[in-house]
Design a protein around this ligand. Sequence first.
Ligand code: SF4
Ligand code: SF4
Length: 362
Amino acid sequence: MAAKVLFAPMAYSRYEASQTLPEKFTRILQKSGLAEKVNGKTVAIKMHVGDGVNYSTIPPVFVRKLVDFIKSNKGDCFITDHYVYRRHPERRGYTESNLGCPVLDNCGYFGKYYYTKEVDFKSFKHVDIAGLIHDADMMIDFSHVKGHGSCGYGGACKNIAMGCVTDRTRREIHGLEGGLVWSKDKCTYCEKCINSCNHNANSFDEEDNYMVNYHNCTLCQHCVKICPVNAITLDSHNYTDFQMGMAICTKTVLDTFEPGSVYYINVLTAITAICDCWGLTTPALVPDIGIMASDDMVAIERASLDAIKVEDLIPVGVPQGWELTGEGHLFQQLHGKDPYIQLEALEKVGLGSQDYELITIK
Ligand code: SF4
Ligand code: SF4
């Protein structure tokens, strides 16, 4: 049987508040079955709090609606992400007074609160599960959908596999794609790569060679993507291993919850080419689509990807001078990675089905 995905579309027919996305989101929550599930539970709301001058993360009005819904159904909740304190979520409106619940770093203030599970997939050996995620009774995986340079696509899976673990785990997953290779011949020493690194992991040494401190580097590839002359590359492009690593990590995190204790909400607004962790917002690639919700991660990811169509492209969303390859999904044309491979990996580890039924909420 196809998994159900609730869908609140942007389309409206009258100038009425009831026709707008926040009101439709309320109706999604009422139909979601969450009211019973959250009763008496402590719920981790996992979202991406953004960074820098980013303004495309989930708007606080939706977060507040979710928090109020949980509380009105006798649940307790907190917003959580990694690097919360250093990302200054208050600059994007994510404060306890605005949202009605605390905004917490899921590995604690010092980033040292986590539980390690061992896995064995090539060089990927450790899933360090964020302590506050591990300890919660329930999780709502509340994801802003966008493109992602290394994952191809950032949605529900990425919000867990990259967002509910430590730097060590992120580095091991990214390491499945290979290390960084720098070409001195191509480099113009513009230093964009240095400025793009959120981890102070790269530098030029006294002999002007590009150096990476792999202890700090998460292999996020910001430096790879920003280099205007392609002087930094990965030494392999084995992204199917990377996608399987994401799936294994996601499954390991989700296994800490009782069955039925995780729910997925994907927000398909301000769908940009790159992830919110860049600390900036580029123009949207396609018109806003709406909000989807499901208890099946693979189904909601498939429905979200299917809704993002090449035909709807807003050209200004693509960096000037870039050309789409003309092959596959819009995100594949941008980032060279087929996002559906991630869904196949998620199916293989038993996290759901790509077979979905879309139920439109009016
Ligand atoms: S962004 Fe590229 S060209 Fe500029 S300094 Fe870094 S490696 Fe060199
Ligand atoms: S891959 Fe990411 S963390 Fe590593 S040096 Fe480049 S920008 Fe920094």
